[in-house]
Design a binder for this molecule. Structure first.
Ligand SMILES: Nc1nc2c(ncn2[C@@H]2O[C@H](COP(=O)(O)OP(=O)(O)O)[C@@H](O)[C@H]2O)c(=O)[nH]1
Ligand SMILES: [Mg+2]
Length: 451
């Protein structure tokens, strides 16, 4: 990692033409830079209109800048945000000028990393900043906001306090070895550890919901070639996205479309058809379909209601149930009467026409109900841990159970205490009491430059 005493600078808005663009700098050079560039260091947190002149005295743009005096800034350092006209050339000139004046180009997430280093936020809050930027649904936005406000950090703090209490209790037995640890089932540290494990598990279990919020609910369209899978995706996406063709087997690659149903984001995946084939490329498509189905949360099985229904591969059929599958009888516009609805009879059934749009409302309603079930936990919206958090919680759980086992076997309390300290470290990783540089680099590299 670069020294955090230097001053970093970078554009904070995406490249391209826009009404306004923002260049940001953070670090000790900022007050001096303002004096040199604008002739003054204005009062903090006040928008100031000025001319930006580069090092050679050349006028670059009319800008509005705002100075944030440390520590009351995003990073906790002296910060300036310069709003320019949204021309990439202007942004580039100003950024270059700041670099020539002694700033270093900020890498991805550098500003937020400093905010964390300077105690402006814990690590889970820093991650919530990415979640907030990436949130693509109302629910995801709400969850990111909760985490940004420190909801998860607070939860970890509680667990940590509880663990410290247990540790203190065990350490008392180390200091006074004549006192015996209470036997199993009579209170004492073992019971408290068990309770803590339950809480850790409960929090870790929200990671399923977290993944759904961050990635969207994986929803896969399955069915025989020509059943109308691509037509359905197009209809749902409201535009021509997948290639619709009269030749069976045209969709050989996967298409994925993100869309909103209710407050949720889904990743709708089109697939090649499921059928017997000798064609190598089609076989590959089939294999990929099955692979993709492995990772899907919800299934839309599309049938051509005008022809006999196909059989599903066993491996797939096993995964389909009333909670995750909707059977779609497509091409209803060609039918004289209701189709025989006997395919996977336990699952929700809907008759529709991807061509005319009939039945689409009903499909959306069914899907929304399923998403509600799939995506809501007891703590829905408030805390939804990420894969990284879940991993740390798993490590904490393992350490706690090891401590418990050690106590159960009557080993000296020092051993259990050491396991519990391991659990403490694991919890600490979630909020950033860590010096695991590799983990931090990976975490912050997911940010955009300038954030
Ligand atoms: N009449 C009618 N034709 C449809 C309907 N849905 C799809 N098709 C037609 O069926 C053919 C195959 O559709 P496509 O979406 O490519 O099927 P896929 O192979 O399952 O992706 C195309 O000619 C579509 O126009 C529908 O609801 N009604
Ligand atoms: Mg297709």
């Amino acid at each position: 990692m670069n020294s955090d005493n230097d001053t970093i600078a970078a554009p904070s808005t995406p490249y391209g033409e826009s009404a306004i663009a923002v260049v940001r700098a953070s670090g000790p050079l900022v007050p001096g830079l303002l004096k040199r560039i604008f002739g003054r260091t204005p009062p903090p947190r006040r928008a100031t209109h000025a001319e930006y002149r580069d090092r050679n005295g050349e006028r670059v743009d009319d800008v509005v800048f705002c100075y944030f005096r440390k520590p009351a800034s995003y990073t906790g350092e002296d910060v300036v945000e310069i709003s320019t006209h949204g021309n990439p050339l202007i942004v580039q000139k100003i950024t270059e000028d700041l670099l020539e004046r002694g700033c270093r180009p900020a890498g991805p997430g550098d500003f937020t990393r400093r905010a964390w280093l300077n105690g402006r936020m814990d690590l889970s809050q820093a991650e919530a900043v990415i979640d907030l930027i990436r949130a693509r649904s109302d629910r995801a936005l709400a969850a990111a906001n909760h985490q940004l406000r420190g909801e998860l950090g607070g939860r970890i703090e509680e667990l940590t306090e509880e663990l410290l209490g247990i540790l203190a209790e065990i350490e008392a037995y180390i200091d006074f070895p004549e006192e015996d640890l209470p036997p199993e089932g009579r209170g004492g540290p073992a019971g408290s550890i068990r309770k803590l494990v339950t809480k850790v598990d409960k929090l870790a279990a929200t990671s399923h919901y977290g993944a759904i919020l961050r990635e969207g609910v994986g929803t896969i369209i399955l069915g025989a070639p020509n059943a109308g899978k691509s037509s359905l995706l197009n209809r749902m996406a409201g535009r021509e996205r997948a290639i619709v063709s009269e030749t069976p087997g045209t969709t050989r690659d996967f298409l994925e479309e993100r869309m909103h149903i209710g407050g949720y984001c889904i990743r709708l995946m089109d697939t090649a058809g499921l059928h017997e084939t000798e064609d190598d490329i089609e076989k590959l498509g089939m294999e990929k379909t099955l692979e993709q189905a492995d990772e899907a949360d919800l299934f839309l099985v599309v049938l051509d209601a005008t022809v006999p229904y196909p059989a599903l591969p066993d491996a797939l059929a096993k995964r389909l149930n009333a909670g995750n599958t909707i059977v779609i009888y497509n091409k209803a516009d060609l039918l004289q009467s209701e189709p025989r609805k006997q395919f996977l009879p336990d699952c929700a059934q809907v008759v529709l026409s991807a061509l005319t749009g009939r039945g689409m409302d009903q499909l959306e309603k069914l899907l929304e109900g399923m998403l509600e079930n799939e995506a809501s936990g007891p703590e829905a919206d408030r805390v939804a841990v990420s894969a990284r958090h879940a991993q740390a919680l798993g490590a904490a759980r393992d350490a706690l159970t090891a401590g418990l086992a050690s106590l159960g076997k009557g080993h000296p309390p020092e051993l259990a205490a050491s396991e519990l300290r391991g659990a403490l470290d694991a919890l600490g990783e979630i909020v950033g009491r860590v010096d695991n540089e590799a983990m931090l680099d990976k975490l912050f590299s997911a940010f955009c430059i300038g954030k």
